[in-house]
Design a protein around this ligand. Structure first.
Ligand SMILES: C[S@@+](CC[C@H](N)C(=O)[O-])C[C@H]1O[C@@H](n2cnc3c(N)ncnc32)[C@H](O)[C@@H]1O
Length: 268
């Protein structure tokens, strides 16, 4: 590629579609390449992927606004992707410019793009770490420099747990983050499910299986078990589009993910 834009990393993989850049494309961002756009357009012929991603992002925004309204001023966004169109730092810092946000991702091009995009923002940074290694995440210079874990924090796990295979024990992983944060901290979670639209979600899982980042859909009961130790704010664990959302057009895309926000209860 000649004269790449400033956000393109020197070690970025521009030959294969990349989930973070696909999300960027579905959200109307500009941090994607022809290979991503082609893959996205093909998948949208069979599955309303763009609508799915936009619903997830809308849930994320509503959840972040609730956290800020409830007094949270620091955010740890695990598996963040490229912080494109309406992401956590934009929403939180618009509500209160003192909010601090640490994004975490382990995909080198995503980290490099994000680092460039955030370099003029002293309250936001990206940590290069695998979220499955909780100690490594918490020891990153970005977490240590920007977050005070002796005070409440919001941990965001939005559209990331489907990337954690069963053998990586997602329930225990969430519990390890819960144990690292103080009472009154928040957990924001969304998770792909085939409970309502099994055929559509099966197709999506099939498409993802062809990429470097396969995904797992889980049932409501599975997701419930991830929320132990948290008191859920109203309306609890529901379809993410119904979580304090407006009426959504019925394309099926509105019924493929659960969402919930929990507050860590004392001794939770
Ligand atoms: C679906 S995308 C972005 C989700 C983002 N939270 C959102 O709501 O827009 C998932 C991201 O998680 C990252 N990811 C997947 N597994 C990861 C892991 N084990 N550690 C860190 N990041 C991971 C991928 O690189 C990708 O950028």
């Amino acid at each position: 590629m000649q004269n790449p834009p400033r956000w393109v990393s020197t070690n970025g993989d521009v030959e294969r579609p990349n989930v973070a850049r696909l999300f960027d494309y579905y959200l109307g961002g500009a941090h994607n390449f022809a290979v991503d756009r082609e893959f996205a357009e093909q998948s949208m012929k069979h599955i309303p992927t763009a609508a799915m991603v936009q619903h997830t992002r809308a849930f994320l925004r509503r959840a972040v606004r609730l956290c800020v309204a409830d007094g949270i001023r620091q955010f740890l966004d695990l598996g963040s992707g490229i912080p494109t169109a309406g992401n956590v730092h934009e929403v939180a810092q618009q509500a209160d410019p003192t909010c601090r946000v640490v994004y975490v991702d382990n995909e080198p091009a995503t980290v490099a793009h994000s680092r460039t995009m955030l370099r003029d923002n002293p309250g936001a940074a990206i940590a290069d770490a695998d979220i499955r290694d909780v100690d490594a995440v918490l020891a990153t210079p970005e977490v240590r420099g920007l977050l005070d874990l002796s005070r409440p924090v919001a941990v965001l796990m939005v559209a990331i747990l489907p990337y954690i295979a069963d053998h990586d024990r997602p329930v225990e992983l969430v519990a390890r983050y819960r144990d690292a944060i103080v009472d009154g901290s928040y957990l924001v979670i969304s998770h792909l499910t085939g409970d309502e639209q099994p055929e559509m979600v099966q197709k999506l899982v099939g498409v993802a299986a062809e990429t470097l980042t396969p995904i797992v859909a889980r049932s409501k009961t599975d997701v419930e078990t991830m929320l132990g130790g948290f008191d859920l704010v109203e309306p609890g664990l529901v379809l993410a589009t119904s979580w304090r959302g407006e009426d959504e057009p019925e394309t099926g895309a509105e019924a493929v993910a659960y969402g919930a926000v929990g507050v860590k209860r004392p001794n939770g």
